[in-house]
Design a binder for this molecule. Structure first.
Ligand SMILES: Nc1ncnc2c1ncn2[C@@H]1O[C@H](COP(=O)(O)OP(=O)(O)OP(=O)(O)O)[C@@H](O)[C@H]1O
Length: 253
């Protein structure tokens, strides 16, 4: 069963085609990394898949009503701005909103899920802190916790590990991998191709106004794709602990 399926999805922005005829299905138990250069259309593809911007074609998530969609997918946008000084615990508890009646209090189970999510991102002890008084990386981790607390089959996140230190980048990617054991999936955009190769079960490469490649890290991070879409030379090898991606040089025009 697919958690997200898009068929023939096309998006134009400002009168310019950004994504043309994208087909993509995400099944249970996958960590799918969406990669591609700046401006290639990763955010656009995700937002269109969620029904947040107009698109032609179909996406199974775009047709759901708000509550059904919030139970099907947790969305973490790239913008980490938090406008008001809500406590970190209350911010993360917003992830429980789709699961309880309007204005109902948090249940004991909700509190447990929120505490677990805070622990998973290393923010236990920050419950009472105003979210506006977190560092940028801590704020990112609080928003990851909110997405985790939503306990949806699919988490979609736009560059969730950007700005995190190496330990938190790896622990976040490991947390995403751990969700697959419950049949849950993560669809994330990511610029760090080393971590993408290491942790993602599958990569989707956006370039040339659409999906240029879709497959295992070895199938996608080929010298040809890296040269054509990213304009770089890099080497992917199999290390003892999994794929190792080594950037070598920027290719000339
Ligand atoms: N509202 C808009 N109107 C016109 N063009 C837009 C609009 N929003 C984005 N674009 C353009 O659409 C293209 C795709 O943008 P998008 O944000 O999807 O790229 P991205 O792959 O997520 O990039 P990045 O890696 O820099 O986050 C870019 O060329 C961008 O300039």
């Amino acid at each position: 069963m697919s958690l997200l399926e898009m068929r023939d999805l096309s998006v134009s922005l400002g009168g310019r085609p950004v994504i043309r005829h994208a087909d993509l299905a995400i099944g249970a138990g996958e960590v799918v990394g969406l990669i591609g250069p700046n401006g290639a259309g990763k955010t656009t593809l995700m937002r269109a898949a969620l029904g947040l911007i107009p698109a032609s074609g179909e996406s199974t998530l775009a047709t759901l009503d708000e509550t059904a969609r919030a139970r099907a997918v947790a969305w973490m946008p790239q913008d980490r701005h938090i406008a008001w000084p809500v406590a970190v615990e209350a911010l993360v508890a917003l992830g429980r909103l789709p699961h309880r009646p309007w204005r109902a209090s948090l249940t004991t189970e909700d509190h447990r899920i929120v505490a677990d999510a805070l622990r998973q991102v290393g923010l236990a002890g920050f419950e009472a802190r105003a979210a506006t008084k977190l560092s940028a990386g801590e704020r990112t981790r609080a928003l990851i916790a909110r997405a985790l607390a939503q306990q949806t089959p699919l988490v979609m996140a736009d560059e969730p590990i950007a700005g995190l230190d190496p330990a938190h980048q790896m622990s976040t990617m490991q947390t995403f991998c751990d969700l697959t054991a419950q049949g849950r999936s993560v669809f994330l955009s990511i610029h760090d191709l080393g971590l993408a190769a290491r942790y993602c079960t599958r990569l989707v490469l956006v370039g040339e106004q659409g999906i240029a490649a879709d497959g295992s890290p070895g199938q996608v991070l080929t010298p040809q794709h890296l040269a054509r879409i990213f304009g770089i030379e890099a080497h992917l090898s199999n290390g003892k602990e999994g794929p190792v991606f080594q950037p070598l040089r920027v290719l000339g025009p």
